[in-house]
Design a binder for this molecule. Structure first.
Ligand SMILES: Cc1cc2nc3c(=O)[nH]c(=O)nc-3n(C[C@H](O)[C@H](O)[C@H](O)COP(=O)(O)OP(=O)(O)OC[C@H]3O[C@@H](n4cnc5c(N)ncnc54)[C@H](O)[C@@H]3O)c2cc1C
Length: 459
């Protein structure tokens, strides 16, 4: 029986464990914080739970436009959020999800050892004094928030997202440093909960890695709802002043707030694991270098998830972990394909995307046609007062094969599946256009976008 030892019980680790037991291996997970990992306990699951509350508050605040009477205070629709209750729910839900996942892996026959692991040999994992021999090792140790020396989080006023759920009151004036996906999600979430928010962005627009049209729509929404977005400037330092924070910007300006949330990237959890000592190559940022079947440079040692920096998403971590096990245990396996990964920024409205981008088309990397259909022409969007957003579809110039798409709108995370299926299955815009969408529905805009990309057949 092949002995598999997995270091880290996040999605990269536990999904791999489930595949390995299914294939008959003897599997142990060593994890120091809890099954489900940072994904379930501190990052993805808690943030999306908080965002669910924020989105509901925004809906209530906007309900008057749909004819619903909402009691007003100070001339504003009266929504107030009890952050203690919200955070208690967030933590309860995260812990329950971790417990469910732990119960599932144990039920499937995986041994779970709580503790901190390190490799003393490619075939030996150490946990305290214990030595566990392995035929195959999977490193899935995740990552932690990057900190700036001049803005060290103190957990009181200067925070990382992992401190947020310990707050007992809503920050009155929240300054969010960093306008990537995490920064944008939290800035928008706290705006929805009722905080006054300033977002510090080092770039010209927020979310520079996302579709430019989508980022523009979202920045417009943020600003319209009162967020201050400071562009093309960096936080040089952040100081806790006792009853607030003072953020000094690279252009000399200062911003005062009650709290500052730092979202300036992630550092892989690869130090002190003994990786380089056993020949596992790391890149300059400390990320484990892997190939498309999750192999490291050391035979028998695989790596998956955020510690590889390949694409820091739970779904990608899980797929890398599964692929590692299929490969290690001799199953037929397709290498990881990043061109079909769907992802969402959970702002309100949501921004979901998959596959090729308009940037790929503009740069000439692919020969394709693009359509952008604003949501404000969609009847369902009008009914629900969801005017901000669009459906963008990209298809190959000659064949019409769908190569990618972007959806900005309510529940875009759900709507994108139709485009994902099309990209994965190499469907054409004709295939999508001939698919029935419900009338009236937001997904009707996906089929309509496909119809507008159809071309008359040559005579
Ligand atoms: C705020 C935020 C929101 C996010 N939202 C989403 C989202 O909506 N959708 C999405 O797909 N992704 C999201 N992500 C990304 C997602 O959380 C990560 O991609 C995912 O957690 C990666 O899984 P992983 O298994 O690599 O690592 P993790 O989930 O970090 O798990 C790693 C585990 O390894 C353990 N560990 C580390 N070192 C050791 C050691 N030496 N010994 C034993 N155990 C160890 C840790 O304790 C942890 O339990 C979000 C990230 C952040 C920061």
């Amino acid at each position: 029986m092949t002995k598999v030892v997995i270091i880290g019980g996040g999605p990269g680790g536990y999904e791999a464990a489930l595949v390995a037991v299914q294939l008959g291996a003897d599997v142990t997970i060593v994890d120091r914080d809890g099954i489900g990992g940072a994904c379930v306990l501190t990052d993805c699951v808690p943030s999306k739970t908080l965002i669910a509350t924020s989105v509901r508050s925004t809906y209530v605040r906007e309900a008057a436009r749909l004819g619903i009477d909402v009691a007003e205070s100070d001339g504003r629709p009266g929504v107030s959020v009890d952050l203690t209750t919200v955070n208690a729910r967030v933590k309860r839900l995260a812990q329950a999800q971790s417990d469910d996942t732990a119960a599932r892996v144990v039920k499937e026959g995986v041994e779970v050892i709580p503790g901190e692991a390190r490799l003393v040999d490619p075939r030996i994992v150490a946990v305290g004094d214990r030595r566990i021999h392995a035929d195959v090792v999977l490193v899935a140790t995740g990552a932690h928030p990057r900190e700036l020396p001049s803005a060290r989080p103190d957990g009181e006023r200067i925070l990382t997202w992992r401190h947020l759920y310990d707050l007992d009151r809503l920050p009155e004036k929240l300054i969010v440093v960093g306008s990537g996906v995490t920064g944008a999600e939290f800035a928008n979430a706290y705006q929805g909960l009722g905080s006054e928010v300033t977002l510090v962005s080092s770039r010209e627009r927020v979310m520079p890695t996302q579709d430019a049209d989508a980022a523009e729509v979202l920045e417009g929404v943020f600003r319209r709802l009162g967020m201050t977005v400071l562009s093309k400037t960096r936080a040089e330092s952040v100081t806790n002043t006792g009853d607030g924070v003072l953020v000094t910007l690279s252009d000399g300006r200062t911003v005062e707030g009650s709290h500052c949330l730092m979202t300036v990237g992630m550092i892989p959890n690869t130090a002190d694991l003994g990786l380089e000592e056993i020949g596992v190559r790391l890149d300059d940022g400390g990320f484990v270098q892997v190939d498309r079947v999750s192999r490291t440079s050391t035979s028998g040692v695989y790596a998956a998830g955020d510690c590889t920096g390949v694409n820091m998403l739970a779904s990608v971590a899980a797929m890398q972990g599964r692929i590692a096990m299929w490969h290690a245990l001799g199953e037929a396996v397709s290498p990881l394909k990043l061109s079909t990964v769907a992802s969402t920024v959970f702002t309100h409205p949501e921004l979901a995307s998959v596959g090729a981008t308009e940037g790929d088309v503009r740069s000439g990397r692919i020969d394709a046609r693009v359509v952008n259909l604003p949501l404000d022409t969609n009847p369902r969007a009008k009914m629900t007062n969801s005017k901000d957003g669009f459906v963008k579809l990209i298809c190959r110039q000659h064949t019409g094969i769908v190569m990618g798409g972007v959806i900005v709108g309510p529940r875009a995370s759900e709507l994108i599946l139709a485009v994902s299926v099309a990209v994965q299955q190499r469907l054409t815009v004709d295939d999508l256009a001939h698919t029935f969408a419900v009338y009236p529905s937001l997904s009707g805009s996906v089929t309509e976008a496909a119809r507008s990309l159809m071309q008359a057949s040559p005579e």
